[in-house]
Design a protein around this ligand. Structure first.
Ligand code: AMP
Length: 308
């Protein structure tokens, strides 16, 4: 039997999207992206393909999740290249709306993402997670997925989406997908295109420090020791640290924090750390740093310290 390649249906409006979805019965997987696709995004698609009857990918650079001085205008956009990649990956429907389709007027009803949105990424990007949850909730409503796939790369985002789905009884399953890295250890990101060759080299200190911190935790280091290790490594690098944190991977409660003040609700009063002894089973090390003017984020679970 010859293999029949079913073309990806590219939709831009809600009517087009619903028309395409109506032809696709069965279990539906959703992957939300901002485009500029790379192998990290495709790993989410691959997982969705393996588990679902059809896969919908949204491509939308959501203005609500960018702050006033962030890279909304400069964010890389190439719908033709993205569509070609998704066609090759066997995606059924692409939803690439305009701002007018997504936000015909400024939304009055907003999602309040709660206290976890005020720390780490939320300290530097105070309106970010409210904007993320607003668009995620809308795209869930528009596409009605059975399962939605999100990268562990954005671990705080993943934790907040899981919380929203649980707290609002949203009828779908959320799957986290491991971080895809270059051989060097650098986590794939659409923003890596901003890096010069030298900055790309400098950026390796981020994953290397996270790996060293996770290994130290697994070997029984205290939180204070891990903070000192991270501080020394970032000081010796060409990166400008925003924050380094050890968090509980499920609740995202910070247990140790460098670069930002420990939030009152997470602290037991000790400077920078919430307790001095910990078990590495439920810990995640997360960090953000600038390589030149490019802000990079990464994280690693203590229990997979040796994983690439
Ligand atoms: P973005 O286009 O950056 O909004 O990312 C869309 C989705 O892809 C999010 O769920 C990200 O967490 C995920 N993602 C981005 N980079 C990676 C990566 N290197 N590995 C795995 N997932 C990723």
């Amino acid at each position: 039997m010859p293999c029949i390649l079913i073309p990806v249906i590219v939709t831009h409006t809600i009517d087009e999207l619903h028309g395409a979805l109506a032809q696709l019965p069965g279990k539906r997987g959703l992957v939300m992206t901002m485009g500029a696709l790379h192998a990290g995004h495709l790993s989410l698609v691959e997982k969705a393909k393996a588990e679902c009857d059809h896969v919908v990918v949204s491509i939308y650079v959501n203005p609500l999740q960018f702050g006033p001085n962030e890279d909304f205008e400069a964010y890389p956009r190439d719908l033709a290249a993205d569509t070609a990649l998704l066609r090759g990956a066997g995606v059924d429907v692409v939803f690439a709306p305009t701002d007018h389709v997504m936000y015909p007027r400024t939304p009055l009803v907003r999602i309040d993402p709660g206290p976890v949105a005020t720390i780490l990424e939320g300290t530097t990007r105070p309106t970010h997670f409210a904007g993320v949850l607003q668009v995620v909730h809308k795209v869930f409503n528009l596409t009605c997925p059975d399962v939605a796939y999100f990268g562990q790369k954005d671990a705080q985002q993943l934790a907040l989406i899981r919380t929203m789905v649980a707290d609002l009884d949203m009828p779908l399953i959320i799957r986290g997908v491991p971080i895809k890295r270059e051989e060097s250890g650098l986590a794939l990101s659409s923003r890596n295109v901003y890096l010069s060759d030298a900055e790309r080299e400098d950026a390796l200190a981020l994953s290397a420090t996270l790996r060293a911190a996770c290994e130290a935790l697994a070997a029984g280091a205290t939180l204070r020791e891990v903070l000192d290790l991270a501080a020394t490594r970032f000081e010796a690098s060409n990166l400008r640290l925003d924050y380094f944190a050890v968090v509980d991977r499920d609740t995202f409660r910070p247990l140790a924090l460098l670069g930002h003040p420990m939030p009152e609700w997470a602290s037991d009063g000790e400077t920078g750390t919430a307790s001095s002894t910990i078990s590495p089973e439920t810990l995640l090390c997360a960090a953000a740093a600038w390589a030149g003017t490019t802000r990079l984020i990464d994280n690693m679970e203590a229990s997979c310290a040796n994983a690439q």
